[in-house]
Design a protein around this ligand. Structure first.
Ligand code: NAD
Ligand code: TYD
Length: 338
């Protein structure tokens, strides 16, 4: 049996990873895989998201990854085979408003988890990182992509905190031999994404006939990946990735923000007059674009979901699960403890 600690599993990608792993191991209700989620339930954590997961061999622990005592006690008790670290402050705009918590969770939290790995001889640590550590690419050079050797060059307190954590992971691997891997993924979309990020924000606002705030001229480009494809890549890295290595994850789905917003409006039958151009984000990265050649060549990973299919699936999910995001908008989700 594999016993995996998933940090930040009440958030967007962590919860999708839990469901991905449970689907992949249909006998999970028996013994083949156990998933333990530790999550501090910040504003981004939502226990409603994990209702279905609880039917499996699953345990939820309310806890903060920066709390060494709690993390060590859990690791001592559970004897994990791996830690997959999704827990983070993840929204660039919030990092501009208040950087401090980003540094605490994203850097010091990572350090506590790495120390736990060393102390309890946990055979594998995986750091879920982001393409934002590479900074951005110019719009007029579509031939350029981020590879694993692209220099770290961060723009926001968020990306700086993620890059710092990556450096710490590599340093622990080299100095202490911590068996760690890192993945750097492009922008994800799919079910259970908090409606402050571009795609769910625009879907929820369009459905409410509210103005859709597009930063600057809407020309910034993001490289969108359906969340299950990210989860599949992490699973493959856990199975066959080489410790000490970084893997970029992305599916060559580059879209300008304005095109994403127009696609959403069309799909929900709303008029483009809802679009409103607002003041640009300070330090706004222009373009992200991943070269996934390494993970493809070494692990055989390829994305399965094309953007047109993935965005429709995502819009359908938000249409069919209005209660989920309306409980967030009303604040009700904060009181739910499962
Ligand atoms: P999210 O904000 O939806 O979820 C983060 C989760 O972490 C929440 O459940 C929150 O409660 C929890 N958390 C925050 N601080 C914590 C702490 N101190 N202790 C324990 N739990 C804590 O984020 P997400 O979009 O699911 O991102 C997950 C990871 O993937 C992050 O590390 C992020 O940097 C990375 N990433 C995200 C994207 C993306 O497009 N969303 C792309 C690439 C990489
Ligand atoms: P976001 O989902 O915050 O992800 P990230 O900044 O990590 O890429 O934003 C995606 C893009 O959408 C980014 O270029 C900023 C832009 N954006 C808007 O134009 N309006 C908004 O209200 C938000 C939240 C983002």
């Amino acid at each position: 049996m594999k016993n995996i600690l998933v940090t930040g599993g009440a958030g967007f990608i962590g919860s999708n990873f839990i469901y991905y792993m449970q689907r992949k191991h249909p006998d999970y209700r028996l013994v083949c895989i156990r998933l333990v989620c530790i999550d501090a339930l910040t504003y981004a954590g939502n226990l409603y998201t994990l209702d279905e997961a609880r039917k499996g061999n699953f345990r939820f622990v309310l806890g903060d990854i920066t709390d060494r005592k709690t993390v060590f006690a859990l690791c001592n008790e559970e004897k994990f085979d791996a830690i997959v670290n999704f827990a983070a402050e993840s929204h660039v705009d919030r990092s501009i408003e208040n950087p401090e918590v980003f540094l605490k969770t994203n850097i010091l939290g990572t350090q506590v988890l790495l120390d736990a790995c060393n102390k309890f001889d946990i055979p594998r640590y995986h750091q879920v990182s982001t393409d934002e550590v590479y900074g951005d690419l110019p719009l007029d050079r579509p031939d350029l992509f981020f590879t694993e050797t692209t220099p770290i060059h961060t723009s926001s307190p968020y990306s700086a905190s993620k890059a710092s954590a990556d450096l710490l992971v590599m340093a622990y691997h080299r100095t202490f031999g911590t068996p760690a891997t890192i993945s750097r993924c492009s922008n994800n979309y799919g079910p259970y994404q908090f409606p402050e990020k571009l795609i769910p924000l625009m879907i929820s606002k369009a459905l409410a006939d509210e103005k859709l705030p597009v930063y600057g001229e809407g020309l910034n480009v993001r490289d969108w990946l359906y969340v299950d494809d990210h989860c599949k890549a992490i699973d493959m890295i856990l199975e066959n990735g080489k410790v000490g290595e970084v893997y970029n994850i992305g599916g060559h789905n580059e879209k300008a923000n304005i095109d994403v917003v127009k696609t959403i409006l069309k799909a929900v039958g709303k008029d483009e007059s809802l679009i409103t151009y607002v003041k640009d984000r300070p330090g706004h990265d222009m373009r992200y674009a991943i070269d996934p050649a390494k993970i493809h060549a070494e692990l055989g990973w390829t994305p399965e979901t094309l953007f047109n299919d993935g965005i429709q699936k995502t819009i359908d999910w938000y249409l069919n699960n209005r209660e989920w995001w309306q409980k967030i908008l009303s604040g009700e989700y904060k009181n739910y403890r499962g």
